[in-house]
Ligand binder design. Structure first.
Ligand code: ZN
Length: 596
């Protein structure tokens, strides 16, 4: 087997043209060389593994080349170029400031700078990770950087530009290296695979490119690793396996569970993922990324930001259409929070499960918030109505000529008499059914009405003979007394309905019916709440079994003259306490301090 050289070294670009993804820099450098306008100090900034050192080496080689091309590239043939390619050039020095950051290291370097190059035109000094230099080392270096000998070129490289002193920045020509795009990385990997005779699915290379996050060095070492594991046959599945990446398929399924609010399926799926050796934070992070990708492809313009394996793109777009943005954004929030707190969580598994539970109920929560106003409206409609009377259905007895003596015997003698009222305010079994109905709904056919009259009449006569009661027509004084007595009872019970009862005005309609007039809807509801009890009470008190009443709202303008008075907050409370003593009681009991 041949001596194995890692791809990152073997395929390190040797000319500006082969540098991947940094054409904005290589073009500028080539032009500077072509026009002999080379600066003496450069600062290369950018993330790791994007080609800073590579470009520095190419620059050093090119400016020392004996026969540079017209495009500003090195010839790669001359003695200088070959010595560079072999790593044997005397004109190239590299200092890793991460491990050599003391003043002495810099002094050694500055001493070297004084010697004129034996061969070639330029001596190139590369200081990598220059931000790691101590401040005294920086100061020792500053003088040389300010007035370098004509043959010296300094290339400072850093991943953290913001840590570089302004005095250094101002003396350098600054080049900002970009992250290498997934597309560029994939292309480069494909070229290498072709040269090395490696079989690789495009999806696999895309996964590698995404995992390396714009760092070519990482991408190449990942490629090496997987090639050696798979004997040069890369596919999507084995690449995922070796990179410890969870298949997007799992996230699609997780999303489905979330949308169907299927908590148990989500937890089982997570268990399954866990068994395969994927840690919780990886799942949280992966699902967050997945959600981000869905959000991104909701908008056509932003869809270019979608960084997924190409064969999945359609599926992402289709799924994104069905998932509301609010759901995705909220899910992203939950995932992000869970990821941040993952380290601190003692029970990691439970921590992730909790996030999944939240996600599964998210849709429901969002619906509730969205329907917030609609719900309150619905509630008003659905609110229990204290009393609702339906028209009475009367069936004519089979033998109308033979009236039954009372309802009980009527049933036994075969006459069918069914009177339906809902809810029937009947308290005792022996009592005849009170005929409750909405006023004005009496639209019976004359025949039926006469039957009803017959029954009523019968009850009345029965009352005289059998049960010993007579039906007294309503009189305002007795009615008012009974009403007041009932209100009094409520007051004793500290029932909040007492007040509305006291405030209500009574009006007699005919001998069996009256109206209770409330001044607003709240009072009306209070009265109606007590309707059934009130019914039996009044029937008993007034000796009227055919009693009917309705509660209506009428503004009592004559009693409550409207005065345009502006009340202070305190007066408002006093007024309220006067009208509704319970408010004051509430305040006293809870020892509330009111901030008027
Ligand atoms: Zn050359």
């Amino acid at each position: 087997m041949d001596k194995f050289i890692v791809s990152a070294r073997k395929y390190r670009p040797q000319t500006f043209d082969t540098v991947v993804g940094q054409s904005h820099i290589t073009t500028t450098l080539k032009n500077a060389i072509k026009h002999q306008q080379l600066a003496h100090a450069f600062l290369f900034c950018g993330p790791r593994g994007v080609g800073k050192t590579t470009c520095a080496r190419i620059l050093a080689k090119t400016i020392n080349c004996e026969n540079p091309t017209n495009e500003g590239e090195a010839c790669d043939k001359c003695q200088s170029c070959t010595s560079f390619n072999d790593g044997a050039s005397m004109n190239y020095f590299e200092l890793d400031a991460a491990s050599n950051n003391s003043v002495d290291n810099i002094r050694d370097l500055v001493d070297q700078v004084r010697f004129v190059p034996q061969t070639g035109k330029y001596k190139v000094y590369v200081i990598d990770e220059v931000h790691m230099l101590s401040s005294s080392a920086f100061n020792a270096f500053l003088k040389t950087l300010e007035e370098p000998p004509s043959y010296a070129v300094f290339i400072l490289a850093t991943t953290e530009k913001h840590k570089i002193l302004p005095t250094i920045l101002s003396r350098c020509q600054i080049f900002d290296f970009k992250r290498i795009t997934t597309h560029d990385t994939v292309q480069h990997l494909e070229e290498i695979c072709e040269k090395e005779d490696i079989k690789a699915e495009k999806a696999a290379l895309q996964v590698i490119a995404q995992k390396s996050e714009g760092c070519m060095r990482d991408a190449l070492s990942l490629l090496d690793k997987i090639v050696s594991f798979t004997n040069g046959d890369l596919n999507y599945a084995n690449t995922l396996e070796h990179l410890n990446i969870l298949d997007a398929e799992c996230y699609f399924r997780l999303l489905e569970c979330m949308q169907q609010q299927d908590l148990s399926a989500a937890l089982l799926l997570y268990d399954d993922i866990n068994r395969k050796g994927f840690e919780g934070d990886l799942v949280l992070n992966g699902f967050a990324e997945f959600t981000r990708n869905l959000l991104v492809c909701k908008d056509e313009k932003a869809a270019s930001l979608l960084e997924v394996v190409e064969s999945f793109k359609d599926r992402y777009t289709q799924t994104a259409k069905k998932a509301p943005a609010a759901l995705l954004v909220s899910a992203l929030n939950i995932l992000n929070e869970a990821e941040i707190n993952y380290k601190a969580a003692r029970n990691k598994r439970l921590h992730v499960e909790l996030a999944l539970i939240k996600l599964c109920y998210l849709q429901q929560a969002l619906q509730l918030t969205a329907e917030g106003t609609a719900v309150s409206k619905k509630k008003q409609i659905d609110a229990p109505v204290a009393f609702r009377a339906l028209p009475i259905k009367v069936f004519i007895p089979l033998s109308p000529n033979k009236p039954a003596t009372d309802p009980n015997t009527a049933a036994t003698t075969g006459a069918k008499l069914i009177i339906e009222t809902t809810p029937a305010p009947m308290t005792e079994k022996e009592e005849p059914l009170p005929l409750v109905q909405d006023t004005g709904t009496e639209k019976f056919q004359s025949g039926k009405l006469s039957a009803l009259d017959k029954i009523r009449k019968q009850y009345r006569t029965n009352g005289n003979n059998g049960n010993g009661y007579t039906n007294h027509p309503l009189a305002i004084s007795t009615l008012q007394n009974a009403w007041n007595e009932y209100a009094g009872r409520l007051k004793e019970e500290k029932n909040p309905a007492a007040q509305p009862f006291e405030l209500a005005v009574l009006r007699i309609k005919d001998e069996n019916s009256f109206e209770a007039i409330a001044s607003n809807n709240i009072e009306k509801q209070f009265i109606e709440q007590d309707r059934n009890k009130l019914f039996s009470f009044l029937q008993e008190k007034l000796h009227n079994r055919l009693l009917q009443f309705s509660v209506i709202i009428e503004e009592k303008t004559e009693n409550r003259p409207i005065k345009e008075v502006t009340l202070t907050a305190k007066e408002q409370f006093q007024k309220m306490a006067e009208m509704y003593p319970l408010v004051k009681e509430l305040k006293d009991r809870l020892r509330l301090e009111l901030d008027y």
